[in-house]
Design a protein around this ligand. Structure first.
Ligand SMILES: *Cc1c(COP(=O)(O)O)cnc(C)c1O
Length: 475
């Protein structure tokens, strides 16, 4: 009881004293520990009706102080509703889960709240972030002039890459620019083109062969566009597509981009993390020749949502495209060998994103990530083999990375029933996609909490559902 009153003083000053910080921190940490103790068994989804009433949650903040415990209760009941992306049974879209060590780094970064948009104000903190990004550049085989920028995700990384490519290759001649992707490219590329001011319809959809961009077809489209007086400037390869986890022929695309003098961007938002493994490096071969690479540590490095990375071969391209100046920043100096993040992307003021990467990587060591990612590749390989052995199922593509897409033989109805059946258990949550106008369930066991036991369980469920559907359809 004593703690309660300490944790929720009637009039909590905006700046609490040390005792109040300790009391509030303990209350929150207790709840964090309870969450950590239970998440391994948390269902992947809960019925929407079981949650709190949305209207209650939308009440405006009161004039008078609230009670911390009661407010945290509200948060927890809200977080218990819907799809739980932290659950080991969450196999949809791109699970990450979020590492506790990263959250601790984030807490520190937020409490210290230092400005790291320019190196001059916090050179040492910027050096820590820069060190992680330089290490990533080296892992991807980029040369010493390369640099990185932490973003909030793959979409923002793609936008900055596209703006850098546009600035570098087109200058002001934006109206005639064309870029090349496939139907399996993530929509963030088309959206970035629109936001970056390219006219509609300038994202050319290159035909694919077995879900992968056909380089010969791309070459032909580039040639035809040039003849029309357009300016092809950007080729986008994907290092792990969203629907099926397929990797484009990156080495061939790199060669094409070089021959045609196009900027080569690789969207490795999902697949990028696997570069830390031998198998991943093998699958992503050619990525080292990219002009820019987008990757999402909040997908394949298990980190919290809101963590993306852009790597560029030539840091100058990013800086030139995102330059800015004003008298109010005239006191700031550049620091030798350190980047000014506020001038490498569209954001000037940003949260210090370095620690959420730096702390887990230094604390667990890189080998922990390599091993965990390797284990995810094993899970997907084994799930593929298991599903492919079921005569009721069709598993069209051996996974390049960790997305396994499959369908029930026959029309889409059986696949829909299977999808709904799995998700209705609440224990697991999977998502779907369409390829060649056929519905597919996609399952992605990439969350760090998802282990072989969970995959065994969901596979058994899938076989059982497929059998049940089949006998129903036959009766
Ligand atoms: C998830 C994804 C994106 C978008 O990234 P966000 O972090 O959600 O903005 C882009 N490209 C691919 C291939 C993806 O899988």
């Amino acid at each position: 009881m004593r703690e309660d009153t300490e944790a929720s003083p009637r009039d909590l000053p905006l700046e609490p004293d040390r005792r109040a910080v300790e009391a509030m921190g303990r209350v929150v940490l207790d709840r964090v520990a309870a969450f950590a103790g239970a998440v391994a068994h948390a269902p992947a989804s809960r019925p929407r009706e079981a949650g709190p009433a949305l209207a209650d949650l939308m009440r405006p903040p009161p004039e008078k102080p609230g009670e911390l415990e009661a407010l945290l209760d509200t948060f927890e009941s809200a977080a218990r509703q819907g799809v739980d992306t932290a659950s080991p049974g969450y196999l949809a879209y791109f699970p990450a889960g979020g590492l506790f060590s990263s959250a601790l780094g984030e807490l520190l970064a937020q409490v210290y709240n230092r400005f790291t948009g320019v190196a001059d104000l916090a050179p040492a903190l910027v050096a820590m972030e820069h060190g992680v990004l330089r290490w990533l550049c080296a892992e991807f085989g980029l040369p010493s002039g390369a640099a990185g920028l932490t973003t909030t995700g793959g979409s923002m990384a793609t936008l900055s890459a596209l703006v850098a490519a546009r600035d570098d290759r087109l200058g002001d001649a934006v109206a005639t620019g064309t870029l090349y992707a496939t139907e399996h490219t993530h929509f963030c590329v088309e959206r970035a083109a629109r936001v970056a001011g390219l006219p509609a319809g300038r994202v050319r959809i290159v035909p694919t062969e077995g879900l992968r961009m056909d380089p010969a077809a791309a070459r032909e489209m580039i040639r035809a566009d040039r003849e029309r007086g357009l300016r092809p400037f950007l080729l986008v390869g994907t290092g792990g597509t969203t629907s099926t986890g397929t990797v484009d022929p990156l080495a061939e695309l790199a060669e094409l981009a070089r021959a045609e003098d196009l900027w080569f961007h690789v969207d490795a938002a999902y697949g990028g993390g696997f570069q830390l493994t031998a198998r991943g490096r093998d699958r992503l071969a050619g990525i080292e020749r990219a002009d820019s690479i987008a990757l999402d540590p909040h997908k394949s490095l298990f980190l919290q949502y809101g963590t993306g990375v852009l790597l560029v071969r030539d840091a100058g391209t990013l800086a030139r495209a995102h330059r800015g100046a004003g008298h109010y920043v005239q006191d700031l100096q550049t620091v030798e060998d350190l980047p000014d993040y506020g001038y490498l992307g569209p954001e000037l003021t940003r949260d210090y994103r370095g620690l959420r990467l730096w702390l887990p990587l230094h604390l667990h060591g890189v080998a922990a990530f390599r091993d965990a990612l390797d284990a995810k590749l094993d899970l997907a390989r084994d799930a593929y083999a298991d599903l492919a052995s079921d005569p009721l199922l069709e598993v069209p593509w051996k996974p390049d990375l960790t997305v396994v897409a499959f369908r029930v033989r026959g029309d889409d109805r059986g696949t829909r029933r299977l999808l709904d059946g799995i998700n209705a258990t609440g224990r697991f949550f999977v998502s779907s996609t369409r390829v060649d106008d056929r519905l597919l369930v996609r399952m992605n066991p990439t969350g760090h909490r998802t282990g072989a036991e969970h995959v065994r369980e969901v596979l058994a469920l899938i076989h059982e559902q497929a059998r049940k559907n089949n006998s129903k359809a036959g009766s």
